[in-house]
Design a protein around this ligand. Sequence first.
Ligand code: BG6
Length: 488
Amino acid sequence: MTLRTNFLWGGASAAHQYEGAYLEDGKGLCTFDALGGGSYTEPRQVTYMDEKGQVGAAAVDSSMTGPVPKLTRGYVDPNRYYPSHEATDFYHHWKEDIALMAQMGFKCYRMSIAWTRICPKGTEEINEAGLAFYDQIFDELRKYGIEPVVTLNHFDMPMYLADHWDGWLSRKVVDYFLFFCETVFKRYRGKVKYWMTFNEINVLSSWCQTGVHENNEANLAQAHHHILIASAKAVQLGHHIDPHNQIGMMVSYTPCYPLTCKPEDVLEAIQFNRQKEFYMDVQVRGYYPEYRCKELERKHISIAMAKDDLAILKAGTVDFIGFSYYMSTVAGTDPNVKKTQGNQFLGLKNPYLETSDWGWTVDPLGLRIALIQMYERYHLPLFVVENGLGAKDTVEESGAINDDYRIAYLRSHIQALKDAVRLDGVDVMGYTPWGCIDIVSAGTGEMAKRYGLVYVDKHDDGSGDLSRHPKKSFRWYQQVIRTNGEEL
Ligand code: BG6
């Protein structure tokens, strides 16, 4: 058998895209609650109130990197539709959904805890109802022998911390985050063993993700330093509270190929790859790599560091690397080559590869390349915690959803993963396809862009009865898990 016998097969989601119930049972507002819907061509818009009390909306591009105007507060406009407020309502469907996960044979389920369900303002005030909600989830998962894999922060910033502390730009937010971490590490001790600190730490740039209002390069470098410190401290704290905890980092891994063998193109690709390697270098090796120090120096950016910061980074290295893989990209110096759409960082279009309906390059071999690159650089266990195809699904008259395109995508990627294990000796812990039960897209806010193996009757105009329907891929994935990936 190619894969370990305890290989963690499962699926993945994030609270703000799945739970809904955005203000129920004491939950506080988070930045994503002020983010409206968009589409392939229309960017999402964040609503805000300026210092004069005027309500407005600012476009956030599809990779969510847009700033919001200075001195504004996130605002939920009662006249607008926000896709994540109800999302696909895991909050009220968790029993049914976990039963579906169990039917697929899940060994694990990757999810995030909404910070504002536990600490409504992000501060040191606790909402017991929020803690109790996740207690039931973890107990239900355990009932079926499904291991929870919990992301401590999946893009959601408490609105109060964005409004009053400028999010991660403030060192104070590190303390608040640590309070939240301590609360959940203690409460769920013995129930949760696998944790990851920050989802796609290398892409956190928009106001929604960081709470930073003026997201220029210097501010983001400072905010990211605080995030890295928060992650390192969380790792130490989690190990201290329960030495059995396995705590990983999480990065968006989009391998970048040079456009040609021209040395300038190769250098471009190296530099592009550093956008993610930097975060792995810090979280795995425990220090800022030389190329980043030089870059900051060149740009005259100096990061304010507290006296123990370097020691904290050194002591807070992670146990494993979790990563999302959707696509590869290309870098080069030719200004005439078209840019591609894609997950967060955009490169050039690859002439050899097809793209999805949303323009994301489909490259299964890129997953093997990603696994090789990471493993040979860090020698830590790797966990594919996101992968999948965002596509439009059609419900046929019979009620069937024949998503053969999704099966083909997942099959080819799992095959590439197996090759990395069998042929390259990479240590892979598990695989959790993204949005295993349909959820709201993060990039566009659409329901039309579905990743799930289970269809949820919910649409872009908010209609739908939220009923759940297994797609063809559901049965296929059952067999994949049953045979530990031998039958694809
Ligand atoms: C990753 C995020 O970037 O990609 C998820 O961690 C996101 O939150 C996923 O949903 C897919 O992106 P999208 O834009 O298709 O939802």
